[in-house]
Design a protein around this ligand. Structure first.
Ligand code: UT7
Length: 335
């Protein structure tokens, strides 16, 4: 069996910065409320006049990751793309990245696990590499939330939280034992699927049904989130899945050099940090600047932490995510 190492990493966020003050002009909210409840100061939202889309942002992040890995696009032999906001309803953006990078007719897989999408994708890539099936896999998490949010007071509970952006990693085969991805842990609980969801459009609500209904009170085109309910589950599942990874690898929480939680809410990250008794240096947060970018949040945070020299060779890095589905997941990596 081979090991899977993170060979290169990169991220891309749209240039347009949307502050909490900007949102005050669109809805009844306040900078104070948003910062106190979520830690968010600003987020990036795509400027629709640019070519930024989930696929193109993903490709931009991917080019950086491939370069950092010392590879060329043609060295990639499989693509995994995690998003809840694909350019098209179908096909998923994996194939668009294959085209945009101008690489051969390699496989492209789309992962639909929302905030846990990147860690799920990491697990899939790890299995393909460990077994020798592929050598270099490009894994992307990319989201374009802002186009689909309800930018009114009715939608404020969801809209103020989410941002756009993309992160990517190149995962490569390694023969070094005890290094790279040590383990991944995946979970779901579909009975809570509607607690954080976008219900229409979908296969059970195709456009003709929607057109017939066309009720101005119908909010099903917008994401819905039962915030308190999600929060309570998030804090529990984050802890559980981190401990699961630590136990599997027989390491203590104090040995974590860097925890990169999915950037759902600064209060959730701080709660988990406190429960695990980790110092500020052991946890990376950037939700203040980007909001919640769902599948892109972990790779963007990991890319920034790496650029800032906060992840060094030999470090024990823990990734953990929780989100819509519900799904949750963790990964332990020896960098
Ligand atoms: O990434 C996927 C996983 N997602 C998460 O983990 C998110 C988990 N949930 C949360 O982060 C929090 O529940 C939120 C940040 C979404 C909301 O914070 P909260 O402390 O749970 O607030 P709440 O929903 O209980 O709302 C409190 C009050 C309500 O007013 P009343 O009923 O007390 O009068 C809301 O209407 O705050 C009001 N409110 C707002 N006020 C100003 C809700 N959104 C806003 C807003 N600005 N944007």
């Amino acid at each position: 069996m081979y090991s899977t190492r993170i060979a290169g990493i990169g991220h891309y966020v749209p240039e347009r910065v949307v502050s909490n003050k900007d949102l005050e002009k669109l809805m009844e909210t306040s900078d104070e409320w948003i910062q106190e409840r979520t830690g968010i100061k600003e987020r990036r939202w795509i400027d629709p006049s640019t070519d930024d889309m989930p696929s193109t942002m993903g490709t931009k992040a991917a080019r950086i990751a491939i370069k950092n890995a010392g590879l060329q696009p043609e060295d990639i032999d499989f693509i995994i793309f995690a998003t809840l906001s694909p350019d098209f309803y179908f096909p998923g953006p994996g194939v668009q990245v294959q085209d945009q990078l101008g690489i051969g007719e390699i496989g492209a897989l789309d992962v639909r696990n929302q905030c846990s999408g990147f860690v799920y994708g990491l697990s899939v890539a790890d299995q393909f590499i460990k077994t020798g099936m592929y050598k270099n896999i490009l894994l992307i998490g990319s989201e374009y939330h802002s186009g689909g949010l309800e930018k009114t007071t009715r939608g404020r509970g969801v809209t103020v939280i989410f941002g756009d952006g993309a992160g990517a990693v190149v995962l490569s085969r390694s023969e070094e034992k005890g290094k790279g991805i040590l383990s991944t842990h995946l979970h779901s609980e579909g009975k809570h699927a509607k607690e954080l969801a976008l219900i229409g459009p979908a296969t059970n609500r195709w456009v003709d049904t929607i057109m017939k209904e066309s009720d101005p009170e119908d909010t099903s085109y917008y994401p819905y989130m039962n915030g308190n309910f999600v929060f309570k589950h998030a804090v529990t599942r984050f802890q559980e899945v981190i401990f699961e990874a630590l136990e599997k690898n027989n390491v203590g929480k104090e040995q974590i050099d860097m925890l990169i939680p999915h950037q759902a809410n600064l209060r959730i990250s701080q709660f988990v940090q406190k429960k695990l008794e980790l110092s500020d240096d052991q946890v990376y947060n950037n939700i203040m600047r980007y909001g919640n970018t769902t599948a892109a949040s972990i790779p963007i945070a990991m890319s920034e932490a790496h650029m800032e020299g906060k992840i060094k060779p030999g470090d024990l890095v823990c990734l953990a995510a929780f989100g819509s589905g519900f799904t949750w997941a963790s990964a332990l990596i020896r960098w």
